[in-house]
Ligand binder design. Structure first.
Ligand code: ADP
Ligand code: MG
Length: 701
């Protein structure tokens, strides 16, 4: 009976009808009564608060006004019509303007009548204007049942033209709520609702649309947020549980001579406690008989490579080959160099395969690989071409490419029907809330400690006016034998202006640092790979003292002698990018510096970013700050962002609730990983609903 009502087509709710129903479906994805109830308000207005016209300013969000319409004018023919009304209260006069729904409005808006008006004011010349305000007569306003808070809903122009503006939607909600049974079947486990003192569903739904008071509204919002996050986590983690059941993994049951021999005799330094802990986590995970999917995050320089190497030795102890994939040739080469260096007196065969490996060598590598005599293969994307076939691949390390999906990743290397273990490494710390959602299906290991003896990089903010001083500082560091990076923003490779800036900057530097005392390298995206490698190597070898570059040097290059990072137009970089760039220095024993050059005047958010960089060296702190400053969508980019179009919860603010939801879900899945129990049937429905395609409100306006 109750489910019948919830599943009723929205068309049959009083006051909707076929035409409006069609718009609700096509514009807002609302098909049923239940869809409508879950079309949650995105904000509330205080109904008791009226503004005066003389209080308005251009920055105000939505405001509510009361006054008389004194003059109504309509313009144009059918196609380009417009309706304006002069609106007046005791303090001033303003204009109301509509471009749509004119026919209907002509009957509603009358000179000499008192109205309540709601909308966002904007200054137009000397007069304030509200475009497409919501409007109703004071009489009607007063006749409606009213709480203090009135819900405001997302809607579209097309909806509005059918009378489905925010108030129109509220009216439908009101009708539905009057007909809603006094109790609704819980979507969440009853005992959680009780033990966590959540508002029961019926009560929450009712108060979210028509709040009785502020306290109940808060309660209702919390309950709906929790529900949303719960199903988000349940979706992610039940997929993972299912995968764990289905995907067998190789069982690394022994730790043998390769691991132990290297650990005891060849380790170049003592591991940090964090490194030890992470290796243990990997070891345990690979010994369960299930496939490991793990994200290893650790700030630049925290020592992820040795963790990867020891893991690969563990694979070897169990008779398996490994591979390590890096995003660029330079990085692959560096991994190859440091790993072969560490293994130079140790009987493990390691080779490098990239796009520029010569045919003969490539053939040799592929043969060794199939024969099983090659133990560790390092390379770029060249590793995932079709003819690269391993004899027995058991462990895959992916450096700095966490944006593959889990299945995508595993399939790249599937052998028969068993997936190799996958370790994804990143130096871009991911805020916890993101890690739990975007990467929620990965286990996460964190190296939260730098090797001993590192001096934190000193970060300084300098303005254009102090350029001479900065050049002087560069000279004094170079005189001590150090090297300097100067990085220019190049947000878009095709951006001509950015190149112009880079080249001008380069010219200025060459002029200020002339031969024969100074040599300057330059690297940017328009150089071919060979030229790039040449320039890079000149700097790595210390032939050049200054490297002028775009962000192509961002990821992974390691030049310990470089102690100064100058970032030009730093206000144009994102926080995590700034942090990555700063990570290029501070790799040797010397004190290192990062100088953030900005224009003399910068906007407030840029100021926050710069201040955060000067204050903190901690990648995790920086990433949390980044999330707060940029908001969710931008960080996630387009990648899997479907997951993140939440209706009510906000991952930048609701971290605690998310943690709680995740904990709850983990408890449930521990008992019933496949949600097979009858009482969990409803959960599956909740997950499906959570995954239904969402409307992108930014697009529909
Ligand atoms: P990242 O996490 O950025 O990949 P690397 O693995 O390249 O870091 O390590 C950075 C540097 O620190 C390397 O030169 C490496 O040899 C060194 N290193 C790593 N772990 C330790 C340690 N426990 N003690 C001393 N030096 C270490
Ligand atoms: Mg690295």
């Amino acid at each position: 009976m109750q489910t019948d009502f919830l599943n009723t087509s929205i068309e049959f709710v009083k006051g909707v009808g076929p035409q409006r129903a069609a718009v609700l479906k096509s514009e807002l994805g609302i098909y049923t009564v239940s869809d409508m109830l879950y079309h949650l308000p995105f904000r509330y207005i205080d109904r008791s608060k009226f503004y005066n016209i003389n209080e308005l300013n251009d920055d105000m969000p939505y405001v509510q006004l009361r006054g008389f319409v004194t003059l109504v004018k309509s313009f144009g023919d059918k196609r380009t019509s417009r309706l304006t009304a002069q609106f007046k209260d005791d303090t001033g006069t303003m204009d109301l303007v509509w471009f749509q729904g004119i026919k209907w409005l002509r009957d509603v808006v009358k000179a000499g009548t008192e109205y309540v008006v709601f909308g966002k004011p904007a200054l137009f010349g000397k007069t304030f204007q509200i475009v497409h305000p919501e409007i109703e007569t004071v009489e009607k306003f007063n006749s409606q049942p009213q709480g203090e808070f009135q819900a405001v809903y997302n809607t579209t122009e097309k909806c509005k033209s059918k009378g489905l503006d925010s108030k129109g939607i509220l009216k439908i909600q009101r009708t539905i709520l009057t007909n809603l049974p006094p109790a609704l079947q819980e979507t969440l486990p009853q005992h959680f609702v009780a033990s966590m003192k959540l508002l029961p569903l019926r009560n929450a739904i009712s108060n979210i649309h028509i709040p009785s008071d502020a306290a109940l509204l808060n309660h209702a919002r919390m309950r709906m947020k929790f529900e949303e996050l719960f199903f988000l986590q349940l979706g992610i983690l039940s997929d993972k549980a299912k995968r764990d059941e289905e995907h067998k993994g190789f069982n690394f049951s022994v730790i043998g001579n390769y691991f132990n021999g290297f650990y005891k005799g060849y380790l170049p330094f003592a591991l940090t406690d964090a490194q030890k802990r992470v290796i243990k986590e990997i070891r345990q995970d690979c010994g369960t008989g299930k496939q490991m999917n793990r994200l290893l995050q650790g700030d630049v320089g925290s020592g992820k490579t040795i963790v990867a190497l020891l893991s690969m030795l563990m694979a070897l102890d169990n008779g398996f080959q490994s591979c390590l994939m890096a995003p660029t040739e330079i990085l692959a080469q560096q991994h190859f160099n440091s790993i072969t260096e560490m293994l130079k007196d140790f009987p493990v065969t390691v080779r490098l395969l990239t796009g520029s490996t010569k045919t003969k060598e490539r053939r040799e590598i592929l043969e060794q690989l199939q024969a099983g005599t090659l133990h560790i293969l390092i390379g770029t994307h060249a590793l995932i071409t079709n003819d690269v076939k391993f004899n027995k691949l058991g462990f895959v390390v992916i450096d700095e490419q966490h944006r593959f999906g889990v299945d995508q990743r595993a399939k790249l290397w599937m052998q028969g029907n068993i997936f190799p273990h996958v370790l994804v490494m990143t130096a871009t710390p991911i805020p916890r809330t993101l890690a739990m959602t975007l990467y929620g299906d990965l286990e996460v290991s964190t190296i939260n400690q730098l090797p001993p003896g590192r001096k934190p990089v000193k970060t300084i903010h300098q303005k254009e006016a102090s350029r001479i001083k900065v050049f002087g500082f560069m000279r004094s560091e170079i005189a001590k034998g150090r090297q300097v990076y100067v990085v220019y923003p190049l947000i878009d490779e095709s951006e001509k202006l950015d190149y112009a800036n880079l080249m001008t900057g380069y010219d200025n530097i060459v002029r200020a640092f002339p031969l024969p005392n100074y040599r300057v390298s330059i690297v940017h995206g328009q150089l071919n790979a060979q030229a790039k490698d040449y320039e890079m190597n000149q700097f790595v070898k210390g032939v050049t003292q200054i490297m002028v570059a775009t962000t192509v040097i961002e990821v992974g290059v390691n030049v310990p002698n470089a102690s100064v990072m100058i970032i030009e137009s730093a206000e144009r970089f994102g926080l995590s990018q700034l942090h990555q760039l700063r990570g290029r220095v501070g790799r040797g024993a010397d004190q290192s510096y990062c100088v953030l050059m900005t224009a003399d005047k910068i906007n407030p958010t840029a100021k926050h970013r710069i201040a955060a960089m000067v204050r903190s060296n901690d990648g995790f702190e920086i990433s949390e700050m980044d999330l707060k400053l940029r908001g969710m969508g931008e960080i996630a980019g387009t990648q899997q962002s479907g997951n993140l179009q939440l209706k009510i919860a906000d991952l930048t603010k609701d971290q605690q609730l998310l943690e709680l939801a995740r904990k709850t879900v983990i408890q449930i899945l521990a008992d019933d990983p496949l949600l097979a129990r009858p009482e969990h049937y409803l959960f599956k429905k909740g997950i499906a609903k959570m995954r239904a395609p969402k409307i992108d409100y930014k697009k529909v306006g």
